[in-house]
Ligand binder design. Sequence first.
Ligand SMILES: Cc1cc2nc3c(=O)[nH]c(=O)nc-3n(C[C@H](O)[C@H](O)[C@H](O)COP(=O)(O)O)c2cc1C
Length: 169
Amino acid sequence: MDTYESIATKLDVREFSSRPVPAEIKRKVLEAARLTQSGNNLQHWRFILVEGKENLKRLAGDSTSGRWVAGADFAVIVLTNPKYPFHLLDAGRATQDMQLAAWNYGVASGVYTGIDRRALARDFGIPEELNPSAVVAFGYPVKKIIGKKNRKPLSELAFQDKYGKKLAI
Ligand SMILES: Cc1cc2nc3c(=O)[nH]c(=O)nc-3n(C[C@H](O)[C@H](O)[C@H](O)COP(=O)(O)O)c2cc1C
């Protein structure tokens, strides 16, 4: 799949099939995170791969807006260090790269940020200095995904040379 097509067709999914995702694809997803650029190339992020029904259920229990992660094949907890002011940008980039890498293999994903931080830190042994910035859930989709996005038109979002000036292209 070419990169633009991948971006244009990828939708966030919260329901997953029980078909297992092969370990090679999981590894590619984590490699995509590792290969992502970070501010000053600090690579302060850490990633926890969560697999297995029990662990995914625990992860769901530690969430306020992503309980659907219980039905995923696997999930990745994205940890970044808040002492760097750009840490959420770094987290977002790694998250997106993992999602696009997975989608390239037909594996769907969804992200959530509503996290009970204390419970998550307790259950997954997360060190104090790291912030759980996002959780990404992965799995094969239950139905064919039609890449129809609910997005604002470009004319509302992008300008030419100066804020508010109509695009010339
Ligand atoms: C920074 C960020 C935080 C998000 N947090 C949540 C969340 O807590 N729970 C959830 O179900 N979805 C969450 N989402 C998913 C968005 O709601 C979803 O990407 C958006 O609705 C667009 O989905 P679409 O690409 O399928 O159109 C989050 C997405 C982003 C980028």
